[in-house]
Design a protein around this ligand. Sequence first.
Ligand code: UT7
Length: 331
Amino acid sequence: MPSPPEAGLRLAGTGVFLPARILTNRDLEKLVETSDEWIFTRTGIRERRIASEKETSTWMGVQAAQQALSRAKIPASALDLILVATVTPESFFPSTACRISADLGATGCPAFDLQAACSGFVYALIVADQFLRSGTARNILIVGTERLSSVVDWRDRNTCVLFGDGAGAVVLQPSPDGRGILSFDWGADGTSADLLHLHNPQSRGQATQPPATLSPDCIVMAGKEIFKQAVTAMAESAKRTLAKAGVSLSDVKCVISHQANIRIIDALAEKLKFPRERCFVNVHRYGNMSAACIPVALHEAGSEGTLQKGDKVLLVAFGGGLTWSSALLEW
Ligand code: UT7
């Protein structure tokens, strides 16, 4: 049994997988009535990655996890918890976490999926923090993996230009020097669920009547309303997290927010009065990858040297549910 509570957590390793296939805005002009100019000015997105047939959420998650494990210099057999955040699982069960654990060779390690849409990764980080603090786990793998290209309606210009595929992973370990999550805030409001959803067409079928079609429904979003709620909820959540830690925004090196739309990132920075140049941005390259956005951004910010030991990083996310979450990390 692992030893008793330690002060915090550290990101021992991060990893990503991004499919090689790039779909540009110009490519989308051939699919729907849209333009590179509209997409870029309204969202900041230039291109997104699209998974091949073999690149399922499981497969991409495994690649990202292997990189994170290798950077953390631990074998999969050392893991004592695997959490996977995804809205695009290969199957309802087994969970993507169980599938990933099998491919990693982590048999026996508890593994489960955690679904909070685009807030999923930060939710998982908050859950993992509890296990590390209580001393019940010492090596936790979190994976955010999404294959949104298979659940968007490619005839719907309102949504198909926004999303992309990819995976990010982190290995977390206890930190003896108190770094890690300094504070967090999370919440949900199911009363606005219809604003952004992905319906399961089989969920209402009658046992004696097979569903008319096996193809899943596609993502439905009331974009304008989600935009407004995202900015407000992320700003409020970020403020609560900072207040709990007694840290002011001027002490924060970088804000890594969910990457849905550059205008949302701009509006959040403005609302928080945080310098826009200290907001991490990669939405132009990948679009919205739901639960994979923040781990991919964390990996890139860490690898590019944007973040140095001791830097304070504010993670903040918003997504379907509705859900929101934020966490203040000391790198
Ligand atoms: O991951 C969870 C969080 N998700 C988000 O945070 C997404 C939040 N929402 C958004 O990012 C934005 O609302 C969108 C990018 C989805 C839409 O931007 P908007 O500025 O709110 O545009 P709109 O929906 O008000 O549409 C404006 C116009 C409409 O035409 P009309 O009705 O004014 O004639 C749309 O039909 O733009 C049209 N439009 C497009 N035109 C060209 C919508 N999509 C497109 C498109 N290309 N792809």
